[in-house]
Design a protein around this ligand. Structure first.
Ligand SMILES: [Zn+2]
Length: 420
């Protein structure tokens, strides 16, 4: 079991008096008071570099904190360890005959799940196990009429990538405020393919990671396949067979891994009726990977498509179908491209890994994954200015919460006005 220190609960008689030491004497910052009616306590958190000291004052005489203080006086009441899977942790402890206060998870603060281990099992310490609030990713299917086109933001479930790699040279104290990492330093992301419906048919732009990954990769990337693209398509009233065209922005696994699937040990195209539209130079790069990009270009994601004769290659910046056009940005990969959706005088842009999330609005917030970061910078500087001026509707493929919005700038500060 992997566990990290979440907080230490300190029972105090009077929270304001306690602040004379923790706030005034030590000079620590203290967060606003929080009432937890179910535990009959008032709490104030004191962050101390990751873990937190939690000052707890009883609000009723039958509160566990009141009982503790009447027996032993103020002091350390419990130690809380954060685990990824509380049910699995409890099962492991039960197997070993460890005495538990709660044999099942119960709801804790902020949507978390918690369970206490009996102090007799832990050298006299009351140990609380905690699992963070389930999902900080929004997975729903959103539709939008865009001129003559119908746009639907789909998803292929949540995943996680290393926070440092997601923010490149930006130091963690800056990015963790926008995107708090988990105990393995990973940040929560989503995969959101975009469906374009027009008189010429249905096109899916990117298609997520799919279901071929080995258990080790599923664990590393925090893939949760319980709610993925098939479900999202079903929510939109569609199936894999509904797709006429699958356009690849680039061939990284988190964008086009879902293009193939394993059926009885054989790799097949995922969308049985579709033509797969791939930029020829990206195909060339993806099928000749080097040490730096080999982990992202998985041959089983795209080689079977060509073998099945379902790929249509295109060259250079092109109008793919009326209303759908691609432009190479380079940077992330040599041939990385973004997709312009244009109809009825409006422009939407699926910006892919140029601006993967709304936390990447500043020009220099560029992913460590990018092969040519200076190319990303040059394109991004020009593009964001244009996007603000011309009010492009931006589709963020990896943002866990914001599927689409307008980039605005006020007093030199950029933000996104969320639309979807
Ligand atoms: Zn990506």
């Amino acid at each position: 079991m992997r566990a990290v220190l979440d907080h230490i609960g300190i029972a105090v008689e009077d929270i304001d008096k306690a602040l004379a030491f923790y706030k005034d004497a030590l000079g620590l910052e203290v967060e606003a008071p929080e009432e937890v009616p179910s535990e009959r306590v008032r709490a104030r958190s004191v962050p101390v570099g990751g873990p937190v000291l939690e000052l707890l004052e009883a609000t009723a005489p039958d509160s566990a904190i009141a009982t503790y203080i009447s027996k032993r006086g103020p002091g350390i009441h419990h130690v809380t360890l954060r685990v990824e899977d509380l049910r699995a942790a409890l099962a492991q402890l039960k197997d070993r005959g460890v005495r538990l206060v709660n044999s099942e998870p119960r709801p804790g603060a902020g949507g978390s799940l918690v369970a206490f281990i009996h102090p007799s099992a832990a050298q006299g310490v009351l140990v609380e196990l905690k699992q963070r609030a389930g999902s900080d990713v929004r997975l729903d299917v959103k539709r939008l009429t865009f001129g003559d086109l119908q746009l639907t933001v789909l998803h292929d479930g949540p995943f996680r990538l290393d926070g440092g790699a997601m923010f490149g040279v930006v130091p963690r104290p800056l990015w963790e405020k926008l995107t708090p990492p988990d105990e393995r330093n990973r940040v929560q992301l989503a995969m959101r393919p975009l469906l374009v419906e027009a008189t010429w048919g249905r096109m899916i732009v990117d298609c997520g990671a799919g279901d071929k990954m080995a258990a080790k990769q599923v664990d590393i990337y925090g893939l949760d396949r319980t709610c993925a693209l098939d479900q999202a398509l079903a929510d939109a009233g569609l199936t894999s067979e509904s797709i006429d065209f699958a356009l690849a922005t680039h061939l990284h696994f988190d964008h086009f891994g879902g293009a193939t699937m394993l059926v009885d040990g054989v790799l097949r195209p995922r969308f049985s009726r579709a033509r797969y539209l791939i930029r020829d130079a990206e195909w060339e790069d993806a099928t000749h990977p080097h040490e730096r990009n080999r982990a992202s270009y998985l041959q089983e994601d795209f080689v079977p498509l060509e073998a099945a004769g379902v790929v249509d290659f295109f060259s250079g910046d092109s109008v793919i179908k009326p209303g759908v056009r691609v432009e190479r940005t380079g940077g992330h990969t040599g041939q990385h491209q973004i997709v312009y959706i244009e109809s009825g005088g409006r422009t939407g842009v699926f910006v892919v890994d140029l601006i993967p999330t709304t936390a990447h609005l500043q020009d220099a917030w560029i992913m460590g994954y990018d092969l040519f970061p200076m190319d990303t910078l040059a394109f991004k500087k020009r593009f964001i200015r244009e996007a603000i001026e011309r009010e492009y509707l931006i589709f963020f493929e990896h943002d866990p919460k914001v599927a689409a919005g307008y980039i605005r700038e006020k007093n030199g500060k950029r933000f996104v006005e969320q639309v979807l």
